[in-house]
Design a protein around this ligand. Structure first.
Ligand SMILES: CC(C)(COP(=O)(O)OP(=O)(O)OC[C@H]1O[C@@H](n2cnc3c(N)ncnc32)[C@H](O)[C@@H]1OP(=O)(O)O)[C@@H](O)C(=O)NCCC(=O)NCCS
Length: 169
């Protein structure tokens, strides 16, 4: 499926996005705070496209034919937590070169509308690390409200504090 907004397009990831994905996702300011390691090679990025990014409702955020980020809805059992029936989990990242344009919220909004209107979703959860005020702002712009504090474990097996936010249909 392809979803369009005023400034960006959401489309499935393609294998030939791998070079571009590596360019943006090797940046240590992007992945680790969102829970994943910086990409180490184009092959690494291609593998992510074929596995993680090939899940349903995961999209490349495209601006001027460049894949500048990712937005997706995760459904059980792919979620980081069990949120209950009729629920899913929102995740996103934007390449650092494109921060500050509200693209994360713009991309998330069209996907949230799709979830509530077409996918039988009643409630959407999202989590961010306590220090990730940039992500907190995205969720506030989308109308998410505080749900609970949580503790999670990252890919280095370090525990960290996160906040879960919730948006009801
Ligand atoms: C969180 C993220 C997706 C926000 O994307 P975005 O499209 O830049 O979001 P916005 O433009 O709405 O900016 C959100 C806030 O980030 C801050 N911000 C904007 N540009 C910034 C920049 N260049 N540097 C640092 N902070 C910046 C501002 O506080 C802004 O809030 P404001 O609009 O009220 O001023 C992006 O920063 C990112 O990918 N971060 C790394 C991965 C990540 O955290 N993913 C989410 C995991 S929960």
């Amino acid at each position: 499926m392809i979803l369009k907004t005023q400034n960006i397009t959401l489309r499935p990831w393609e294998e030939n996005d791998a070079r571009c994905l590596y360019h943006f996702a090797k940046n240590p300011n992007v992945g680790p705070i969102a829970g994943w390691p910086p990409h180490e090679s184009i092959e690494d990025s291609l593998n992510i496209i074929k596995t993680v990014f090939s899940k349903k409702e995961t999209y490349a955020i495209v601006k001027d034919d460049v894949a500048i980020g990712c937005v997706g809805l995760l459904f059980h059992p792919d979620t980081n937590h069990w949120w209950g029936e009729g629920a899913c989990e929102l995740g996103y990242w934007i390449a650092e070169e494109y921060w500050g344009n509200s693209y994360a919220a713009e991309a998330s909004k069209v996907l949230i509308d799709h979830a509530f209107n077409d996918l039988n979703v009643n409630v959407i959860y999202a989590t961010y690390r306590v220090e990730n005020t940039q992500s907190k702002r995205v969720l506030e712009k989308l109308g998410f409200e505080y749900y609970t504090d949580m503790t999670n474990e990252n890919y280095l097996h370090e525990f960290f504090k996160e906040i879960a936010m919730k948006l009801e249909k």
